[in-house]
Design a binder for this molecule. Structure first.
Ligand code: ADP
Ligand code: ZN
Length: 436
């Protein structure tokens, strides 16, 4: 099912015309309303009339998270305060929060885009949908909430917090769909297993997971343990919130709502645009936003754009899953390491639970990587220690890590439920080098 088949399935040429028209309009709008953009464009000797088609986008200046911080809190806001009806803030994974104001039209477009995502996941009226993203400044909770209401399904604003109560609601109300972070989905599964509740006790059918990177292995794990189909949902507060892109039933990349958010991939070092298929940094320009429109915002998320039509009938371009953020990339002894690489290795080892933590430190001027990972409950219960000595498992994990990461890591196998849980985004990494 497609929510807005006119917009989601329009011909590529027709969409490029629409994007060009919208780009021209938004550039003129920020030029006249945001001194930051006016100054930047004047420095580059650019006027809004130089931007006529979507191809002209490459002439425009970039915007970074630092620009948002430097102009904290409302410096990049284009709409007058009297038009702003909602304020959110990014969760600050990498620093101080950034503040985003939305007009009524922004909230409407957000709901429309979110409804497109939900429809692609197969959610319809009659579904009962639990939103277990945090409600509050974080865009996850309210963003999905408005989409579910707009669709006409019943929204349960569970938020994060009381997992036992949530499970009771899932079971007693016959909840059919769910949205949360992938790590929280696993936490739910673990808690259910501890309470002796299995997928057969629930009516859950599908889930929308995002707000943090996750791997195919993690998808398999969630699908198996919750007995559902797990879909990707991507977004960021600077651009809108959840709804920027979503997986359809083909699950071959996530369609970007590109009539509202225009994507480019650039080389993060040279800032040159890269062609479809090449991996680089994802950059978005908001084409219709009023509150805080952004030109060529550098997300730091690394992925590629996928060419070609999709069997679902949507013509909107797809992005690959996020391989990491160029800024959560760790450099350990000169080698680039993404936490997602470590996760893939760990989830490929049957004794390891998907609960881990990376601790990076510097001892005698040498970087060290410690990987703590929990052993799965079932192995632990079977007297794990007598089946495989811990040291042997630690050696096995270390050797797999070494072959994938090209650096040596120390591995510590932990008992179940000893690594700190998070209700929202997981804190997978502790980089002690920064504190020294
Ligand atoms: P912050 O940058 O403070 O984390 P947000 O809370 O808006 O701000 O989070 C947006 C970021 O979360 C994205 O830029 C991306 O790195 C990550 N993210 C969101 N959804 C996904 C997803 N489905 N897959 C991978 N990463 C995601
Ligand atoms: Zn599709």
């Amino acid at each position: 099912m497609i929510w807005n088949s006119h917009k989601e399935s329009m011909s590529v040429d027709e969409r490029r015309m629409l994007q060009g028209k919208r780009l021209h309009k938004v550039v003129a709008y920020v030029y006249h309303n945001v001194p930051f953009y006016r100054n930047k464009m004047q420095e580059m000797d650019l006027s809004p009339d130089d931007i006529r088609s979507i191809e002209d986008i490459v002439k425009l200046p970039f915007t970074t998270k630092k620009d948002l911080r430097d102009n904290y809190p409302f410096g990049l806001q284009a709409a007058p305060a009297s038009e702003v009806i909602r304020i959110h803030a990014s969760s600050g994974t990498t620093g101080n929060p950034t503040i985003v104001g939305y007009t009524r039209k922004d909230v409407e477009i957000w709901s429309e885009c979110m409804t497109r995502c939900l429809t692609a996941y197969g959610v319809t009226r009659g579904d009962m949908f639990s939103v277990a993203y945090g409600y509050g400044l974080f865009t996850g909770g309210l963003g999905v909430h408005y989409g579910v209401e707009n669709l006409g399904a019943a929204v349960i604003p569970t938020s994060t917090g009381n997992t036992e109560k949530h499970i009771r609601l899932l079971r007693d109300l016959g909840v059919t769909a769910l949205a949360c972070t992938p790590s929280y989905a696993l936490h739910l599964a673990e808690t259910m297993e501890r309470e002796g509740i299995g997928p057969a006790d629930l009516k859950l059918r599908c889930g929308a997971f995002g707000a943090e990177p996750w791997t195919e292995q993690m998808r398999g794990e969630i699908e198996r343990r919750l007995g559902i189909k797990a879909y990707n949902l991507y977004g960021l507060s600077e651009i809108m919130g959840p709804c920027v892109s979503f997986e359809c039933e083909c699950q071959n990349g996530s369609h970007i709502n590109e009539d509202h958010f225009f994507p480019e991939i650039i080389d993060p070092d040279t800032l040159e645009p890269l062609p479809y298929g090449q991996k680089g940094e994802l950059v978005f320009t908001t084409l219709t936003k009023e509150g805080m429109p952004l030109l060529r915002y550098r997300t730091r998320d690394l992925c590629s754009l996928m060419e070609g039509s999709c069997a679902c009938g949507r013509t909107m371009v797809r992005m690959s899953s996020i391989a990491g953020r160029s800024d959560d990339m760790l450099i350990i002894r000169g080698i680039n390491v993404f936490p997602s690489q470590v996760e893939s290795v760990l989830l490929g080892i049957p004794e390891c639970a998907p609960r881990y933590k990376l601790i990076v430190d510097r001892v005698d001027n040498l970087d060290t990587l410690l990987v703590q990972v929990e052993v799965r409950q079932e192995y632990f219960d079977r007297g794990f220690d007598t089946l495989t000595p811990i040291e042997e498992l630690e050696r096995k994990v270390a050797s797999r890590l070494k072959s994938v990461l090209s650096i040596s890591a120390k591995v510590q196998i932990k008992s179940p439920n000893t690594i700190e849980r998070s209700q929202g985004k997981s804190k997978f990494v502790e980089d002690k080098r920064k504190i020294q």
